[in-house]
Design a protein around this ligand. Structure first.
Ligand code: NAD
Length: 253
């Protein structure tokens, strides 16, 4: 039990096969009380009700559009009212779109940047004061191998840019809030088998991608959840501003 007595807020944790949902399950197995924040309110409530129970109170599912500051504030108010203190924030929500540079419309750019990057700032801003007032916490932010190698897997250049922005933002927050006991780290997964790729990942693409992965398999949501668990728990008590690759060796650098 690595998170006994802790509370954790996880964004983008409603989709059944997603990384956020796997993280919520793993954290609950380790004793944490969870708030699932997702743009899909019904799915968030259903996901929360299906998590392993803990003895510190019921898990909660809340609607939150991470791209919308007011929606984040509302969700934070509700989560803090229920929990009192928030120990862990997992900035996981994200969307992607497989287009090339010349095809990116202004609306595409705004949407991809707003959810993947501005969302990290929005949720961090609404939870950090509570963490600071209670002596610290741990924030983990979702980036992607796409930020490090300029895409080439699935997301377009706007996705790479937004996920690269997350790395800079997380490092800057780590520097700023370290003295307050708040650690901020990032994860950079390779290709993880979730529904984010829709039906656009063909068997041929899959075979091609596998050739570049030394561990010879695509990732599972649990592979990333395990790294979030490490970053959320005291196992990583002296780690901040770090970027952890979870890619089967797809990018060794
Ligand atoms: P997913 O589609 O299963 O999960 C994404 C979740 O985010 C969904 O529950 C969705 O409802 C929610 N969401 C979407 N827009 C939102 C918004 N505006 N506000 C709040 N919630 C919102 O996909 P996943 O693969 O589990 O993705 C999780 C994160 O991992 C994303 O940030 C994604 O970019 C990142 N990532 C995924 C992979 C991969 O290969 N699957 C690789 C690297 C990074």
């Amino acid at each position: 039990m690595l998170l006994k007595g802790k509370t954790a807020v996880i964004s983008g944790a409603a989709s059944k096969r997603g990384i956020g949902r796997a993280t919520a399950e793993l954290f609950a197995e380790h004793g944490a009380r969870i708030a699932i924040l997702d743009i899909d309110a019904d799915a968030a409530a259903a996901a929360a009700s299906e998590l392993p129970k803990v003895d510190t109170g019921a898990h909660i599912g809340l609607r939150c559009d991470v791209a919308d500051r007011a929606s984040c504030q509302q969700a934070a108010d509700a989560a803090i009212a229920a929990f009192g203190v928030t120990h862990i924030l997992i900035n996981n929500a994200g969307i992607t779109q497989p287009v090339k540079t010349l095809e990116i419309s202004d609306a595409d750019w705004q949407r991809i940047v707003a959810v993947n990057m501005t969302g990290v700032l929005n949720l961090s801003q609404v939870f950090i004061p509570n963490m600071r007032d209670h002596g610290g916490g741990s924030i983990a932010c979702m980036s992607s191998v796409s930020a490090q190698r300029g895409g080439g897997i699935f997301g377009g250049p706007h996705y790479s840019a937004a996920k690269a922005g997350v790395l800079g933002l997380a490092k800057a927050m780590a520097r700023e809030f370290g003295p307050a006991g708040i650690r901020v780290n990032s994860v950079t997964p390779g290709l993880i088998q979730t529904d984010i790729t829709g039906d656009k990942l063909t068997p041929e693409m899959r075979t091609d991608i596998l050739k570049g992965i030394p561990l010879n398999r695509l990732g599972d949501a649990r592979d990333v959840a395990n790294i979030y668990l490490f970053l959320a728990s005291d196992l990583s008590a002296y780690v901040t501003g770090a970027v952890i690759d979870v890619n089967g060796g797809m990018l060794i650098h």
